[in-house]
Design a protein around this ligand. Structure first.
Ligand code: 13P
Length: 323
């Protein structure tokens, strides 16, 4: 594990389910029922091509909706811009990247600009196949929370998604699994799709505690979430030691953690929920390693920091090599 930056050391971080029946169910218009027959919210969304993703459905142009992924779970390539890009830079980026990814119907594309650029980016991506995520959200509808932003404010700004529980939030702002849970529930209630981050630090991995950490993050961070909620949620496994360090988990290592996390979901919510949950990998994903990662059946996409900041690079990630 030599050669890692100190960052990987200090941060406080957060089975294959390819049932052939799901392939048919998912794209045949009916979502597998998974104990959800009693939920009207679930039934309402079950007729859409991407079940449960109402906010995304509203945004996504028809020409992309009709395209079907070759995979059971539709891949997602998401760029987390962190604290990069002014409004002008963000809008310029969108103008440049839109034509480069316009033909990509095999995956969903999301960019997560800083709060200040959300509205402008949401305007700039209109009519394209790019959706917009915020990087954080508060769980309250309104209140005395200096510096925070509510779910409804994000919706109004044009967001369809929101990243929750990123390790940088957990480390820089002491965010707990319980807060992650409250944020996820509030985001779902407001019609946002949460991209919930989990992952272990270097110390935790070296101590053989990766599974224990993922289990804790699942049990606390995802507590009380129902099958209909899970049909909307995206999970991002981001081992903290791989973020911004240039050190990627090998595709096999990442897949192993994804498989473990999916197993936790299966144990609690059943096979149908587990089999359709999209788990992205994040941590030093680049155009030259994305193909290897995406070749893993367990890896449903990527949450990318540094390599999502240049139009050419994001486009190369979106158009990753496919068999
Ligand atoms: P990098 O791709 O820069 O390692 O960042 C990963 C990440 O934190 C995405 O949320």
């Amino acid at each position: 594990m030599g050669g890692l930056s100190r960052r990987g050391n200090r941060e406080e971080g957060p089975g294959a389910a390819t049932d052939k029946g799901l392939r048919v169910a998912r794209f045949g218009g009916a979502f597998p029922t998974v104990n959800a027959a009693t939920s009207s919210r679930f039934q309402e969304s079950s007729t859409t091509p991407f079940p449960g993703h109402k906010a995304y459905e509203e945004h996504y142009p028809d020409k992309y909706k009709t395209k079907r992924s070759e995979r059971v779970r539709r891949p997602v390539i998401a760029g987390n811009w962190k604290m990069y890009k002014t409004i002008a830079e963000a809008v310029d980026f969108v103008a440049k990247v839109k034509p480069l990814v316009a033909a990509a119907a095999h995956c969903e594309i999301i960019v997560a600009p800083p709060f200040t650029a959300l509205r402008a980016v949401a305007e700039a991506v209109k009519g394209s196949n790019i959706a917009v995520a915020a990087q954080d959200v508060h769980w309250d509808k309104e209140g005395a929370h200096t510096g925070d932003v509510s779910p409804a404010m994000l919706r109004e700004a044009g967001c369809t998604h929101v990243i929750i529980g990123h390790s940088e939030r957990r480390h820089d702002h002491g965010e707990s699994d319980e807060q992650v849970n409250k944020k996820a529930k509030a985001a779902l209630a407001a019609g946002l799709i949460p991209i919930i981050c989990v992952g272990e630090t270097l110390d935790e991995r070296e101590a053989g505690r990766t599974e224990e950490v993922l289990k804790r993050q699942f049990q606390r961070g995802f507590a009380g979430l129902t099958p209909p909620d899970f049909s909307r949620i995206i999970v991002a496994y981001e081992p903290v030691w791989a973020i911004g360090t240039g050190r990627t988990a090998t595709p096999e290592m990442a897949a192993e953690s994804h498989r473990y996390f999916r197993g936790l979901v299966r144990g609690q919510l059943g096979e149908g929920v587990a089999a359709t949950l999209r788990i992205l990998y994040g941590g030093s994903v680049k155009p030259d390693n994305v193909g290897g990662l995406m070749a893993q059946e367990e890896i449903d996409g990527a949450l990318v920091g540094g390599a999502s900041l240049k139009p050419d690079s994001l486009s190369a990630l979106v158009n990753y090599p496919r068999a």
